[in-house]
Design a protein around this ligand. Structure first.
Ligand SMILES: NC(=O)c1ccc[n+]([C@@H]2O[C@H](COP(=O)([O-])OP(=O)(O)OC[C@H]3O[C@@H](n4cnc5c(N)ncnc54)[C@H](O)[C@@H]3O)[C@@H](O)[C@H]2O)c1
Length: 322
C-alpha cells in the first residue's frame, strides 16, 4: 500500500512511518517541521516539506496517489490553542479540510485520523472513559479535534471516504519533545539529567498530582498498522485504561534515573509543587474494550518497561537506531 503520513517527522508520526515501512508499505511524508525534526524522519520515506494547509498539497496527491492518509500533523499544544485559537483552527480544521478535499479528488480510500481521548471527553467521573461518553471539550485544541471527527463523518457520508478515528491517551516514548502536557516524561528525564527539580502541578485536594493514562509509542504504532485494514467508520480509544498520578510517574522516572547515576541527592524525593494550570483535567484514562474487539489491539508494554526504554534512549544521545 502507499500511505501518506502527515506529521511524519514528529514524535508519534515518525514511529508510525517506521512501523509502516517495516511492514513493507511505501510511505510518503508531508510535514512543515513546525515541531517535527528531520532527524526523526526515516530516510526510506519520501519527504515533502509542506504545510497541510498549502494549495501545493494537491500536487503531492496527484503525483503520489496514496491509498491511505494517516493524519498526525496538528497544532497539538493546549496552551497555544488557548492563546491562539484562530491559528489552532487554521492548522487543525482548515488543514484537515484541505487534506480531505485532496483525498476525495485523487481517489484515496481511507483516512486514519488522530484525535485525543486525553482532551475531547473533558472532565468526567466515568473513568476509564468509553467512546460512548459524550465529549465535552474544554480547550480550542479539543474542540478542533472533535470538530475534525465530524468532518470525517461528513466526507464519508458525502463522498464515501472511509475513516478510522484513533483517540489517543497520553503518549510517551523516544523522540518526544519536552513540551506540552503529554511531554511530562521527557520533561522529567531532561530536568533530572540536568540536576534540576521538576514541578508537579496539582489540585489542592490531590497533592500527588492529576491522573493520566500513559501509553507507550510502540504500542501506538501497532494500532496504526491494524487500522489500515480494520476499524472502518469507527472512533476508537487507544490507551491503557490505567490511571497514574504525576507523582507516581515522577517516582518511577526518578528510580530509573538513579540507576543511571543521576539525581541521587535526597532533595529529588520532594519535587516542587505548583497549582494546576487552566484547563488541566483532574483525571483521565480511556476504556479500551473497543480497540480490543474491533482492531484486536491491546497495549503490551508496561509503564515501567516503556519508561526504561525511554530513559535509555534519552541518555544515549537521542539517536535513531537505523
Ligand atoms: N503526544 C500525545 O500524547 C498525543 C495525545 C493525543 C493526540 N495526539 C496527536 O498525535 C499527533 C502527533 O502528535 P505528537 O505528540 O507526535 O506531536 P509533534 O508535535 O511531535 O508532531 C506533530 C507533527 O505535525 C507537524 N505539523 C504541525 N503543523 C503542521 C502543518 N501545518 N503542516 C504540516 N505539518 C505540520 C509538526 O512539524 C510535527 O512533525 C497530533 O495530531 C496530536 O494532536 C498526541
Amino acid at each position: 500500500m502507499k500511505i501518506l503520513v502527515t506529521g511524519g517527522a514528529g514524535f508519534i508520526g515518525s514511529h508510525v512511518v517506521d512501523g509502516y515501512l517495516g511492514e513493507g508499505h511505501e510511505v510518503v511524508v508531508v510535514d512543515n517541521l513546525y515541531t517535527g525534526k528531520l532527524e526523526n524522519l526515516n530516510p526510506k520515506a519520501k519527504f515533502y516539506l509542506m504545510d497541510v494547509r498549502s494549495r501545493e498539497l494537491d500536487r503531492v496527491f496527484e503525483i503520489e496517489k496514496p491509498d491511505i492518509v494517516n493524519h498526525h500533523a496538528a497544532q497539538m499544544s493546549v496552551p497555544v490553542s488557548v492563546e491562539r485559537p484562530a491559528f489552532d483552527a487554521e492548522v487543525n480544521i482548515l488543514g484537515l479540510i484541505n487534506l480531505l478535499e485532496c483525498a476525495v479528488r485523487h481517489g484515496t480510500k481511507k483516512v486514519i485520523f488522530i484525535s485525543t481521548g486525553g482532551a475531547v471527553y473533558g472532565e468526567t467521573e466515568n473513568i476509564p472513559t468509553p467512546e460512548t461518553e459524550p465529549p465535552k471539550p474544554l480547550s480550542p485544541y479539543a474542540i478542533t479535534k472533535y470538530s475534525s471527527e465530524h468532518y470525517l463523518r461528513f466526507y464519508n457520508h458525502q463522498h464515501g471516504l472511509d475513516y478510522t478515528v484513533l483517540r489517543y491517551a497520553n503518549i510517551y516514548g523516544p523522540r518526544q519533545i519536552p513540551h506540552g502536557e503529554a511531554g511530562v516524561v521527557a520533561i522529567f528525564i531532561h530536568k533530572l539529567a540536568k540536576g534540576q527539580l521538576p514541578v508537579i502541578y496539582h489540585y489542592p485536594e490531590e497533592p500527588d498530582g492529576m491522573t493520566r493514562d500513559y501509553c507507550f509509542v510502540g504500542d501506538i504504532v501497532k494500532a496504526n498498522i491494524l487500522a489500515l485494514e480494520k476499524g472502518s467508520e469507527e472512533t476508537i480509544n487507544i490507551g491503557t485504561s490505567k490511571e497514574t498520578t504525576t507523582g507516581q510517574l515522577y517516582r518511577l522516572v526518578l528510580g530509573l534515573m538513579r540507576e543511571k547515576g543521576y539525581a541521587r541527592d535526597a532533595l529529588f524525593e520532594n519535587p516542587d509543587k505548583g497549582p494546576a494550570r487552566p484547563g488541566d483535567l483532574r483525571r483521565s484514562a480511556l476504556a479500551i474494550d473497543k480497540a480490543a474487539s474491533i482492531l484486536g489491539w491491546r497495549p503490551e508494554k508496561s509503564l515501567e518497561e516503556g519508561l526504561k526504554e525511554t530513559v535509555n534512549w534519552e541518555l544515549s544521545g537521542r539517536q535513531r537506531k537505523e
